[in-house]
Ligand binder design. Structure first.
Ligand SMILES: Nc1ncnc2c1ncn2[C@@H]1O[C@H](COP(=O)(O)OP(=O)(O)OP(=O)(O)O)[C@@H](O)[C@H]1O
Ligand SMILES: [Mg+2]
Length: 242
């Protein structure tokens, strides 16, 4: 990873440095609870959906290193980007030598905290707005081993420029430094209609586009793909569940 973290490294007594180490949540969710959260679990080997996410995880891991940032961006609202981002991150966390951080970057329409039935008091927006906020205040256990969530936070109309804030880069660099085996997944807002996903792609090592199967047209998919640097563009996931 070429990105330098030296300038942003927190002091050794920073609370954040103790928190971000990969760890297993105290209470793990049961298969029933995971189904209620539209999230895959390891025991379901027979389900095609789990196999599809395992396969997608293998492809992503084959082109990234631990600490990599993967942007998961839906073509349009409801393509299933949040579903794919959450389950791809979960599939990575199946591996006991890795961990994953899911970041809800859809600041206007955040969904991951509600889907995962969490009620975090602070998230990304709060961190970006409050210079005194620490990473440990905004990164939360999910009940899924080795998967943590950075929720969007207290929703309000945000300027897209917020997503290019140096503080966001600082936060991600802190995670990468303290937890070298952590894979970071950015759940982006839809590509169509706002520059946010493209802005977020500047932070990412690779971009995965999510298209609603039979829902997003080939030209909409091609247009969305053209928003990203070809060097980062890893491919399109067709999501049939929407
Ligand atoms: N392949 C799928 N199988 C089952 N349920 C799915 C699938 N894809 C999406 N869903 C469900 O559809 C709903 C909407 O998906 P998602 O959470 O990704 O929405 P969204 O954030 O509005 O969409 P997007 O991120 O594309 O804008 C959720 O309840 C999700 O669990
Ligand atoms: Mg979404």
């Amino acid at each position: 990873m070429s990105r330098s973290v030296a300038d942003h490294r927190p002091s050794s007594n920073n609370v954040a440095s103790r928190f971000i180490a990969p760890r297993v949540a105290n209470t793990e969710l049961t298969p029933v609870q995971l189904e209620e959260r539209a999230t895959i679990y390891r025991g379901e080997q027979s389900r095609a959906e789990v196999d599809a996410f395992r396969d997608l995880r293998t492809r992503v891991l084959s082109v990234t290193q631990p600490g990599a940032i993967t942007l998961v961006a839906p073509v349009s609202r409801g393509s299933g980007g949040s579903y794919v981002a959450r389950n791809l991150a979960t599939a990575v966390s199946f591996d006991e030598s890795r961990s994953a951080l899911l970041v809800d970057c859809d600041l206007r329409h955040p969904s991951q905290h509600a889907t995962l039935k969490l009620s975090p008091s602070m998230g990304l927006i709060d961190y970006l707005e409050d210079r005194n906020a620490e990473a440990d205040q905004v990164i939360h256990d999910t009940g899924i081993a080795r998967l943590q969530l950075l929720p969007a936070g207290n929703s309000r109309e945000m300027a897209s420029e917020f997503l290019s804030s140096p503080r966001l880069r600082l936060l991600l660099d802190t995670v990468r430094t303290r937890s070298p085996n952590c894979h970071i997944f950015l759940d982006a807002p839809p590509v169509r209609g706002a520059p946010d996903a493209r802005i977020l792609s500047e932070l990412a090592d690779i971009v995965v586009l999510v298209a609603g199967y039979g829902r997003d047209t080939p030209s909409a998919i091609a247009q969305a793909a053209a928003d990203f640097s070809p060097g980062k563009f890893a491919g399109v996931v067709f999501n049939e569940g929407v």
